[in-house]
Design a protein around this ligand. Structure first.
Ligand code: XIL
Length: 333
């Protein structure tokens, strides 16, 4: 039977999943399904600041190197996630300089060192993750982060220019969540993301793709295929590619019955992928988890179930059996 990446490839889509060193070392089953289904690996923790900057002076690339070697030995491509993000920062970041010159030096050193180290080996980099937050009530819709406070909105352009200098080959991606539903909240986020991207393209900033995280909810209302497709087309109209970077579907809000949850989760994968894949700008799909055994969602107050049952969000269950979600993704391709 063909794996998901092979099916995706037949449609011209690169397919993969996030994975961590801990999972690889702990579970032969994870190694097996990652090899069977993924043509691309996204290190889940190892390329975040908290994953390789134990001190302001020091970098520790052991875990990130491990993940790149793991993928490359299997002929899998790698995406880097993420050069700039307001989360997963190490504890020392709270005491780092907040003045413009100090923050600029910190970002320069970070991006030059990290993107430079892996130059030529990354298919793409999430250069800035989650830069938009309409509820922070700025006119430009940008998220109020330490980077923005120190450097102003220009920190985003700066990060992309630094990434391009350090790695001339990687596709450079702006990655964002909450873009797929036809709700007023998500419409506001789409508007802000489009305005940001339009400005970047106009200024000649080297951005090549928008990453749509796509953390979906099987009980969430407001998915309208035409809204997602129109948005993807608008991004494509700026000359950019579109990636689905962190696809998963929480079953939060659904009653406990397992068969019904699995069916609803599978339907959500299918409906989302059918809409996204109909747009030629869509080039890549990576999951944010492939087995329920290793899911970030039980630790997220937005994604975990309120009844305390573990989520069934991914294509394989917690003993690595294929669920309806696996078949839904296969059929979508
Ligand atoms: C998650 C990881 O999977 C967890 O292990 C970690 O504890 C928190 O972060 N959006 C992102 C990802 O861009 O980096 C997040 O990953 C999930 C939400």
């Amino acid at each position: 039977e063909l794996g998901l990446a092979t099916l995706a490839q037949a449609r011209g889509i690169v397919f993969g999943t996030t994975l961590t060193r801990g999972q690889v070392e702990e579970s032969g089953e994870m190694r097996r399904i990652a090899a069977a289904d993924a043509a691309m690996i996204v290190p889940g923790l190892e390329l975040k600041w908290a994953g390789h900057r134990p001190s302001p002076e020091g970098f520790d690339f052991q875990d990130a190197d491990f993940m790149l070697r793991f993928a490359e030995e299997r002929g899998q491509a790698v995406r880097g996630h993420a050069l700039v993000w307001h989360e997963a920062l190490p504890p020392w970041f709270a005491r780092a300089p907040r003045d413009a010159a100090g923050m600029r030096a910190l970002l320069e050193r970070h991006i030059r060192t990290v993107a430079g180290r892996y130059a030529g080996r990354m298919q793409s980099w999430d250069v800035v993750n989650e830069p938009v937050e309409p509820w922070d009530r700025r006119a430009d819709g940008l998220r109020d982060t330490p980077f923005l406070r120190a450097l102003g909105p220009g920190y985003i352009d700066l990060a992309f220019h630094l990434a391009r200098e350090a790695d001339p080959a990687a596709r450079l991606v702006l990655n964002e969540y909450g873009l797929e539903l036809a709700t007023p909240e998500q419409e506001a986020r789409r508007v802000a993301v489009l305005a940001l991207l339009r400005g970047m393209v106009r200024r000649g900033v080297p951005v090549q793709a928008l990453g749509i995280q796509a953390h979906l909810g099987a009980a969430a209302r407001g998915f309208e295929p035409s809204v997602l497709r129109d948005f993807i087309r608008a991004v494509a109209g700026l000359g950019l590619e579109v990636y689905v970077t962190e696809l998963d579907v929480t079953d939060r809000g659904l009653p406990p019955d397992v068969a019904a949850r699995d069916a609803a989760v599978a339907r959500s994968y299918r409906a989302f992928l059918d809409a996204a894949l109909a747009e030629p700008a869509l080039r890549l799909v990576t999951l944010w988890g492939i087995s329920d055994r290793y899911t970030w969602m039980n630790d997220s107050r937005f994604a975990r179930r309120e009844d305390g049952l573990p989520v069934r969000a991914h294509p394989y269950d917690d003993s690595f059996g294929r669920k309806p979600a696996w078949y839904a993704i296969a059929e979508a391709f």
